[in-house]
Design a protein around this ligand. Structure first.
Ligand code: UD1
Length: 432
């Protein structure tokens, strides 16, 4: 076991480079299963969720070669299995993309119900309904999703999503890419990683239009061919460094970003009094004065992302006045609150709403990460706090942040990765 040890209150200065987007990579890598040939995928982030997806691809029989630390070559020509082992798929939510990809490739998929961070109920009913609309029969038996296409193959159709689900939109795109005829997804999610998956599939020969709007049209093609593709920068990783500068203070250039994807985050930081300046494929973030209170409501893109809610809450703990946060996507996204309170934060939670009364200072404490973004928020709080903060269960954080310690050290933060003796680990009641 390892932990982070942070000595806080050191303003951040310099430049940090953002890695490829986790939520794009975890869909695009399984999508390589649809391709009869070799895909070279660049700008993949070096994070544990990606390692897991690559292991699943290998277990299914794909030839997976790391060309360098951020480029992988996947040859799915001789893939011969459609059963994703439970021990791997239960470790992450995004393993559900193997259902759409295997169904599209073989007309068959057996994948155990996905795991991942515990953010409350995380149903996949919309994914299942989409596969059924395409003609597949889908059963959930003994914790496994078993999906089968009819003998004549999947057939294009109209899919209306009751909620603009990211996962269901991408899974429907995967299964429909090689179905017969036209599929129209209405009320589709519009997140940047949805556009990235569509661009990847189109680069491999698919015919997808409208990704990034709420109606996506997919004309099925007979087969996809190999090619090279580079994943977009990670909106949430960039937002996390932006929030860190806001909370701790300093002046940082955040490179390799698509500023448009950050508008929803920049707008809120600017409302708090933080300077955010676009510079081509970078943003410069400066915070010299005090932080102002704001209200935040999380919503599907282009709204403020739920995956940035804990990080902005860390900033609001130190803002002048009382802020309100309204979580519009997940029911269980305030598990970090008890940890922040250990640092002196004043937060009350009532259902989906958190009321945060800004305090003059946070004090370092011993914390336990409870999910990926909550863990990132604890890092921000630790960097902004007086004294020493120790964060355990960092495997949650390493699911989604490449070289977090090195990147913050590069900005002048005093953060270290240290071995943690077993007897030091605080039990956590709700960890998954
Ligand atoms: C993805 C992201 C996650 C992010 C979330 C919302 C990945 C791997 N994960 O998760 O980091 O927090 O988008 O931006 O990309 N819902 C249903 N039925 C379904 C599917 C979803 O009711 O079949 C509901 C969920 O309970 C939730 C909402 O729809 O309230 C949005 O979920 P969804 O967009 O599907 O999130 P994920 O794709 O799981």
């Amino acid at each position: 076991m390892q932990k982070y040890v942070i000595n806080g209150k050191k303003p951040l200065y310099g430049t940090v480079e953002i890695s490829g987007a986790k939520n794009a990579a975890v869909a695009i890598l399984p999508a390589a299963l649809l391709v009869d040939g070799v895909c070279r995928i660049e700008n993949i982030p070096q994070i544990s969720d990606v390692t897991l997806i690559l292991r699943i691809l290998q277990e299914l029989g794909a030839d997976v070669r790391l060309i360098n630390k951020n480029t992988v070559q996947i040859d799915s020509t001789h893939i011969n299995r459609y059963h994703v082992p439970e021990k791997l798929s239960r470790q992450m939510r995004a393993s559900y993309y193997f259902i759409g990809a295997l169904l599209g490739r073989f007309g068959e998929a057996v994948v155990s119900m996905p795991g991942g961070c515990d953010l409350g109920t995380r149903p996949i009913d919309l994914h299942i309904k989409s596969f059924q609309s395409l003609g597949a029969s889908v059963n959930v038996v003994a914790g496994y999703v078993r999906a089968s296409a009819p003998e004549e193959g999947l057939k294009g159709t109209s899919i209306y999503l009751d909620q603009a689900s990211v996962g269901a939109t991408m899974n429907a795109m995967l299964a429909a890419s090689t179905a017969h005829g036209l599929t129209i997804i209405e009320n589709a999610a519009k997140e940047p990683h949805i556009v990235d998956l569509a661009n990847f599939l189109n680069a491999m020969g698919a015919d997808i239009m409208g990704a990034g709007t709420d109606v996506i049209r997919i004309r099925g093609v007979r087969e996809l061919h190999g090619g090279t593709y580079s994943i977009i920068p990670d909106q949430i990783e960039a937002g996390t460094y932006m929030a860190a500068v806001a909370a701790v203070g300093g002046d940082v250039i955040i490179k390799n970003v698509i500023p448009k994807h950050l508008d929803c985050i920049s707008a809120k930081l600017m409302e708090m009094g933080v300077h955010v300046e676009e510079m081509g494929d970078a943003v410069r973030v400066r915070r010299m004065g005090e932080l102002r209170r704001i209200n935040v409501r999380t919503m599907p893109y282009p709204g403020f992302p739920t995956d940035m809610q804990p990080q902005i809450a860390a900033c609001l703990c130190l803002a002048n006045g009382t802020s309100m946060v309204n979580e519009g996507i997940w029911e269980n996204r305030y598990r970090y609150v008890s940890e922040f309170r250990r640092m002196g934060a004043r937060i009350q939670v009532d259902g989906k709403v958190a009321v945060i009364e800004g305090v003059d200072r946070l004090m370092g404490a011993t914390l336990c990460a409870c999910d990926l973004r909550a863990g990132a928020a604890m890092v921000i709080a630790g960097l902004a706090a007086e004294g020493t903060t120790e964060i355990s269960r960092i495997h949650y954080i390493e699911r989604g942040y490449e070289k977090l310690v090195e990147k913050f050290q590069g900005l002048g933060a005093d953060i270290k990765l240290v071995e943690q003796p077993d007897d030091e680990t605080r039990p956590h009641s709700r960890a998954v």
